[in-house]
Unconditional design. Sequence first.
Length: 299
Amino acid sequence: MQNKDMDTVLQKAEVLIEALPYIQRFNRKIIVVKYGGSAMTNEELQHNVIKDVTLLKLVGFKPIIVHGGGKEISRWVGKVGKEAQFVNGLRVTDDETMEIAEMVLGRVNKHLVSMVQELGVKAVGISGKDGGLLQVEKKYSDGQDIGYVGEVTAVDPKVLYDLLEKDFLPIVAPIGLDAHFDTYNINADDAACAIAKAVGAEKLAFLTDIEGLYKDINDKSTFISRLTAAQAEELIEEGFIGGGMLPKLNNCTSAIRNGVKRVHILDGRIPHCLLLEIFTNQGIGTAIIEDEDASSMGL
């Protein structure tokens, strides 16, 4: 074997050795992955994400995927001659739009199941309606009625525990039922956060369309790779965080305050971002950690 080839082989070995302590630490631990954004619309990225999650399963993790599908819903809403409407980032969801959303999310859900099973792992696709997983009430946006948009009020994770115990990878569509058994669309970030808290997940990972968290979004030098929940709350209170990142970061801190050990904000456009963040010392996104872990992280 030539020296160049040997160097390549040794580099691969070093990567595996670097991953070993993380595999040991998170073996049999639940990890919730919120899958959405551009990583869902690009076929190559889609395959990369599914490969990542499947690998996590095969090395002993217990992943749960919670997926979105907003861009695909908007496409199908346009196909029936309707125009997608949003209020503060939330889709206005009338009866017809709700019907389209449930159809599209179901289609996306089963496509993801097929991709996982193609890689040799058993997966089951469900929605929040199944087994009473996600219970909701009507969500208002600044007092405005936006239709069948749900706020998660309770999570019954029994169906997820049953699937994990039987060695299935659960894939969840963000749809729930209210007290009258009416169907509601749920923001996928909200659904993932609620599920992560209910199952006491070791990690919650958000795949997004940004690199991570910046103190000043216009200044790339202000990128934050690690911060505590308290530090994240300070950034919010001081007005540094706005736009679509504000509700996402609120979800992150809420998850940490409710038992999730670590939350990751990752750029889903980067191939294998999930593996790079979880299995390498440096990571590539932003991690929000418990306040108690600050000293061990040098924060």
